[in-house]
Structures are given as structure tokens and as C-alpha cells.
Ligand binder design. Structure first.
Ligand SMILES: [Mg+2]
Length: 216
């Protein structure tokens, strides 16, 4: 049986480093997943927001895809910062600054070759930055309702399939919530019954990331 000490040692081991090819695949996987779900994100945002989330996210990730050659050559830290900067510039709406903040903060906190523990700490630091930027907390029917449980799942040692599952369930769990932040909060009770578009786009990104990292 593995001791607590063993698992602590494991969590401090460096994760497998990503070469340029795998960095490129990872970025493409996340961008393609979002772009493949543009209509769904648009429909979710049309129900409780202004219907622009799908198109905003597509604009941002199409811009990211145009920079693949430069991005794949960067260290992990600069790569995340560059994506964050691009998303801030291109996505617009409320989600541009929030996703931009998420990626920028990840870039600031991530060493180029993180251990699992360091990756978890960077994820947690990025969530703190998003909470501050959005002045929001868990339970308000936002992307945080996916990011926080996903981070907790990863930090507690779940494998990538488990983190992906947590993210998907957490996005679904925003449906019965009443929005108290963001445009959906203007709807009050009428925001109940719809999955939050930002929660869904966050779960799509986490799913794409987990699927890609699980590949050998
Ligand atoms: Mg919107």
C-alpha cells in the first residue's frame, strides 16, 4: 500500500515535459473543442445572456490558432501568458477578461516543467485571480463553479479522467443554480434551468486538456 509519504513524493515529481509537438496538439485540442461547440455555447448564452459567448470564444481561439508556430516554441509559462493576452484582446464580453485572467495567471504561476503539486498550485492561483477579476464566488452560476471543483479534484490526486468527469458534472450542476453574478443575474429566478455558458466552456476546455494529456 502506498504511504502518504510516497504519494507526496510522487506529487513533487515533474510531470512529463511537453515538447513543441505536444504543446501544439494541446492548444489545437482546446481551441478545436471550443470551436466545435460554438452553437451550443451560443444557445446557452441566448437563454440567459446576450447570445454572444460562442462567437466570442471562437474569435479568441481562432486568433490563438494563428499563433501556433510562435506558441509551440515557448516555455509553458510564456505560452499560457501569450494565450491569455490573446484572449483578452479578442474574446470581448465578460468572458474575455475572465479567461484572459485565467490563462495569464496560470502563466505567471506555472514553472516551465511543473510537478503535479506545482500545476495544482498554479491552477488554484489562477482561480484566485479569476475570483478577484469577476468579484465572484462559487455558487453564483459562473465558470468558477466548474474551475473550483475541477481544481479540487486535480489537487486531491484524481486522474485526468476523474478531473474531466468532475468538470462535466459541475457544469451540469449550474443548471439549477440561480445566477447572482454576470448578465444572467438580471434574470433572477428565470436563470434557473439553464447551464451557465461560461461553466460549459470551462468544462469543454478542461475535457480537451485532460483528453489530450492522457494520450501517450
Ligand atoms: Mg454573452
Amino acid at each position: 500500500m502506498a504511504s502518504a509519504e510516497d504519494s507526496m513524493t510522487r506529487s513533487r515529481e515533474k510531470l512529463r515535459a511537453l515538447d513543441a509537438v505536444r504543446k501544439r496538439r494541446l492548444i489545437v485540442a482546446i481551441a478545436d473543442r471550443i470551436i466545435a461547440h460554438v452553437d451550443e455555447l451560443t444557445a446557452l448564452d441566448a437563454a440567459i445572456g446576450d447570445g454572444d459567448h460562442g462567437h466570442n470564444m471562437r474569435r479568441g481561439f481562432e486568433a490563438v490558432l494563428q499563433d501556433l508556430d510562435a506558441l509551440e516554441a515557448m516555455g509553458l509559462s510564456d505560452l499560457f501568458k501569450a494565450i491569455g493576452t490573446k484572449l483578452v484582446m479578442k474574446v470581448g464580453g465578460a468572458s474575455g477578461p475572465l479567461y484572459g485572467t485565467l490563462f495569464l495567471a496560470l502563466g505567471k504561476a506555472l514553472p516551465d516543467e511543473p510537478s503535479r503539486e506545482e500545476a495544482a498550485a498554479a491552477f488554484a492561483a489562477a482561480i484566485v485571480a479569476v475570483r478577484a477579476r469577476g468579484k465572484s464566488e462559487q455558487g453564483q452560476k459562473t465558470m468558477l463553479d466548474v474551475l473550483i471543483p475541477s481544481c479540487e479534484s486535480f489537487s486531491s490526486g484524481s486522474n485526468l479522467a476523474g478531473v474531466k468527469e468532475t468538470a462535466a458534472l459541475a457544469a451540469d450542476a449550474t443548471a439549477p443554480m440561480r445566477a447572482t453574478r454576470g448578465r444572467a443575474s438580471f434574470l433572477g429566478e428565470r436563470s434557473i434551468g439553464h447551464v451557465d455558458p461560461g461553466a460549459r466552456s470551462s468544462s469543454l476546455m478542461i475535457a480537451a486538456l485532460c483528453d489530450e494529456l492522457r494520450k501517450a
